[in-house]
Design a binder for this molecule. Structure first.
Ligand code: GLU
Length: 474
């Protein structure tokens, strides 16, 4: 058996973190077993699906490096196939047309509520042996419903949750096809619902394993019954618990970013997102930091967490800091350009000094945005705060800063030359390193802490350093 997995986002918004996580599991599972991973766009909610959202989903998949072997397959391109399957089911007696109007359904639910019953379709158009069905009313476009079994249980061995069993009595006859448009000819069929299209597709795409969010657990029995009605083998399901926000409630737009690409914008690296997302629902011993390759090597569907994980922004920042530190300087330079642009700094990725600046600061940055903030100080004024000015640029610091400025005007402009100028100034003024280095940092970088100051200054233009020292001496 070739393992085939899929991710099936609905293009009604951006790719959110929960979907990215199940995409990662599906991808890694397929890669682990040498199988295939398919991307399917579930766009049958025509009113809410947009091309913009499809593009965002594709961008996010690309950014995360979750490469798919087939797709994107759009469900709305497959309507004839769903109709064909529905016709076959109607012919086989496992599906039927239902002519209830929305008003009738409302009245049905109202009456059920009044009787204190659970609201559900009452099966009035469901064919039964010996039952006489009403005559189809004129002018009503029918839906097609699934003739769900009324007794017994649906059970499956969930890869994440273990055995799940739900009684068929819990389920009414699901709509497979929505009504066709009012002007459609007699016998026309409408757009499929999620639960129907998903089964037809999972069968046609020969999907063997489905990882998805556990909000779908209540859909799975219907889907399993449809698989059975179609005589198709079932995939194995793994329903992953939802991701909770830091406040213990479901992660949502209102409580912080849930879009994958919002993290790209905030300066996270894709490998950090993948690493962090992977751990939010799966573990490999105590390993917290691992590469994509290790994940593929380890991810076999075992050790999946059964209970919801909580989003931990501090841990994600820690993971990201690790990958920023590991990242190649030229890559960081290329990535920093847009974050610098956001800060109003035009940078050239090919400028070797940009990569050198990244190299110098990457150890102290959790995100590329932080990195860009450091690097911006080379190009943009970095005036010290009034407190730092008062504390570090007073009369005591001035003579040495002035002397250093004179030396720097003619020093060889590299780390060694600058270090030499600092050393001579310290000796001349009988100062210890911090007594000069801190005022120097405050004057040039607008802050008291930086990496080694000779290395930092070497990445400035000489004229900028001289100008900032002059401003501090004024
Ligand atoms: N379109 C569904 C969703 O985005 C897919 C669920 C599934 O994987 O079956 O939730």
């Amino acid at each position: 058996m070739t393992v085939r997995t899929r991710i099936a986002p609905s293009p009604t918004g951006f790719l959110h973190l929960g979907t990215a996580r199940t995409a990662l599991y599906s991808w890694a599972y397929a890669r682990h077993f040498g199988g295939q991973f398919v991307l399917r766009i579930e766009d049958t909610d025509v009113a809410r699906s947009t091309q913009e959202s499809v593009d965002q989903i594709l961008d996010a998949m690309h950014w995360l490096g979750l490469s798919y072997d087939e797709g994107p397959v759009h469900q709305m391109h497959r309507l004839p196939r769903y109709h064909q399957v529905a016709e076959a089911m109607i012919a086989a007696g496992t599906a039927y047309r239902c002519y209830c109007t929305p008003e009738e359904l409302d009245a049905m639910r109202e009456a059920q509520r009044a009787r204190g019953e659970k609201t559900r379709y009452d099966g009035r158009w469901r064919p039964e042996p010996g039952k006489t069905l009403p005559l189809p009313p004129a002018g009503v476009q029918p839906v097609v419903r699934f003739r769900n079994p009324t007794s017994g249980n649906v059970s499956w061995d969930d890869l994440v949750k273990g055995t799940i069993s739900i009684a068929n009595a819990e389920f009414d006859d699901l709509i497979l096809l929505r009504p066709p448009t009012a002007d459609a000819p007699d016998g026309a069929l409408g757009v499929p619902t999620y639960n129907f299209a998903v089964v037809v597709d999972d069968i046609d795409m020969r999907i063997t394993h489905v990882f998805r969010g556990d909000e779908h657990i209540n859909n799975t029995p219907w889907q399993i019954n449809i698989f059975r009605a179609l005589g198709a083998p079932l995939p194995q399901y793994g329903h992953c618990p939802i991701i909770l926000g830091a406040d213990g409630l479901k992660l949502s737009k209102r409580r912080g970013a849930v879009s994958v690409m919002a993290y790209e914008e905030a300066g996270y690296l894709p490998e950090a997102m993948l690493n962090y997302l992977a751990r939010l629902g799966w573990s490999h011993g105590d390993d917290e930091l691992f590469s994509r390759e290790q994940m593929v090597q380890w991810f076999d569907g075992s050790h999946m967490a059964r209970s919801p994980a909580q989003w931990d922004a501090a841990k994600l920042a820690w993971v990201n800091a690790h990958y920023v530190k590991l990242a190649d300087d030229a890559r960081l330079a290329a990535l920093a350009v847009r974050h610098l642009a956001t800060l109003g700094v035009a940078a050239d990725a090919a400028d070797p000094r940009l990569a050198q600046r990244c190299a110098l600061f990457k150890d102290r940055c959790a995100t590329l945005v932080e990195l860009a903030r450091w690097i911006a100080m080379f190009e943009q004024p970095a005036p010290p705060s009034a407190e730092d000015r008062a504390a570090h640029l007073g009369a005591a610091a001035q003579p040495a800063l002035r002397a250093l400025r004179e030396r720097l005007a003619t020093a060889t402009w590299d780390k060694t030359g600058i270090a030499q100028a600092i050393k001579e100034t310290l000796a001349e003024h009988k100062l210890k390193m911090p007594q000069l280095a801190i005022p120097l940092r405050v004057a040039v970088c607008g802050r008291t802490q930086t990496p080694a100051i000779d290395a930092v200054l070497a990445l400035f233009d000489r004229v900028t350093v001289i100008e900032r020292l002059s401003a501090a001496l004024a």
